[in-house]
Design a protein around this ligand. Structure first.
Ligand code: NAD
Ligand code: IPM
Ligand code: MN
Length: 358
């Protein structure tokens, strides 16, 4: 039987609570399928580990993770540890070390999910964001001069390589072509006169190879406005690391909230493991109370199934999420219910039973 080896980094805050449900659901999918299984290996890395060891992960952590088929990550960050340390030394270093240069984030308003927008049809919110995930504003390049002195200077570089831009933009064109959808690039060439002019140029250059793909280009400020006012403009979207980070939280807000928003960090060449996670953080405000919505994690489990070639199960999981949302019987407080995190996981498992023997 095919065994998928999954490294689990449950992490901090609500991370372990939501990951438990993701594992529960994946195990049930494998049981119902009968043709594959998951082997989960838990790593205790995160802010507690940092407080005990001074490191966010083991020294050879990246090497340990490299042996897995995928990584399933909860959330990282705790009020006691500076965010730039906890995130750089765990989440961001994994994305970079494993060249997970595509961050695939659906912004889709599925049946039953709440939407704060007026006069918007459900099917109008159906986007897939491709966020550049390896460089750009997150290159980690810069300097801090004359620290603490009156003449202190801080520089944070945006790094946009031809190689890095081309490959993610090409991935987006390929996806748009495959899905027969439009492709929108979001940038800011009017103000960022090097990086974003370059991005726009590469978007146009690569586009010459895809005459069949209808394209649009928006400045990020206008794009933010149109995502709210007229979301149907956006189908496949490609954008830089920072813009993608911000716009997908905005996307989460119009597609059911942070409790539903998932993301896949992909190394498309499969040279390294890819990583699947909810896009929300560790939510210290609700951690440890069993209130966290696990559906974003379940959605990221669906992305993992897609990535392993089990698209039918991936789609079934999204159907189960929709059914749980439409029933309105078992929802966490963020969605107006009073059920616990694990009760929502159980509800998904129950919905999965309709596929028994299929
Ligand atoms: P957050 O996403 O943790 O929380 C924002 C708000 O959304 C909070 O009110 C929270 O209660 C709510 N929320 C988030 N996920 C939820 C869920 N599953 N169910 C119900 N409500 C949910 O963002 P933040 O407060 O800005 O950051 C908290 C910490 O998480 C920080 O340390 C930050 O750096 C870190 N962070 C980590 C990741 C990650 O690990 N991928 C992502 C974002 C933020
Ligand atoms: C996300 C998160 C991370 C990011 C943080 C925690 C570094 O916000 O995955 O969206 O900015 O990429
Ligand atoms: Mn984010």
């Amino acid at each position: 039987m095919n065994t998928y080896k999954i490294a689990v980094i449950a992490g901090d805050g609500i991370g372990p609570e939501v990951i438990d449900e993701g594992i529960k659901v994946l195990d049930e999918v494998a049981r119902l399928d009968g043709g594959f299984r998951f082997e989960f290996t838990h790593f205790p890395w995160g802010c507690e580990y940092y407080k005990q060891t001074g490191r966010m992960m083991a020294q050879d952590g990246i090497e340990q993770l490299s042996k897995f088929d995928a990584i399933f990550l909860g959330a990282v960050g705790s009020p006691g540890v500076p965010d730039h340390i906890s995130l750089w030394d765990l989440l961001l270093i994994i994305r970079k070390s494993f060249d997970q240069y595509v961050n695939l984030r659906p912004v889709k308003l599925i049946e039953g999910a709440p939407c704060p927008l007026k006069d918007v049809k459900r099917e109008d919110v159906d986007m897939i964001f491709i966020r550049e995930n390896s460089e750009g504003e997150y290159a980690g390049s810069g300097s801090w001069l004359f620290k603490g002195k009156p003449n202190e200077v801080v520089i944070q570089d945006g790094v946009f390589s031809r190689f890095g831009c081309e490959r993610v933009i090409r991935y987006a064109y390929e996806l748009a072509r495959k899905e027969k959808k439009t492709l929108t690039s979001i940038s800011k060439g009017n103000a960022l006169n090097y990086s974003m002019v370059f991005w726009d140029q590469i978007f146009a250059e690569v586009g010459e190879e895809y005459p069949d793909v209808k394209t649009y280009s928006y400045l990020v400020d206008a794009a933010s406005m149109f995502m709210i006012k007229d979301p149907k403009r956006f189908e496949v979207v490609v954008t830089s690391n920072l813009f993608g980070d911000i716009l997908t939280d905005l996307g989460a807000a119009i597609a059911g909230g942070m409790g539903l928003a998932a993301g896949a960090n992909l190394n498309p060449e499969r040279k390294f493991p890819s990583m699947f996670e909810p896009i929300h953080g560790s939510a210290p405000d609700i951690a440890g109370q069993g209130k966290a919505n696990p559906l974003a994690t379940v959605w990221s489990a669906s992305q993992m199934l897609d990535f392993f070639g089990h698209e039918q199960w991936g789609a079934r999981l999204i159907d189960c999420i929709e059914q749980v949302l439409c029933d309105k019987q078992t929802l966490t407080p963020d969605l107006g219910g009073n059920s616990s995190t694990s009760a929502v996981g159980d509800a998904i498992v129950e919905k999965l039973q309709q596929y028994k023997g299929d």
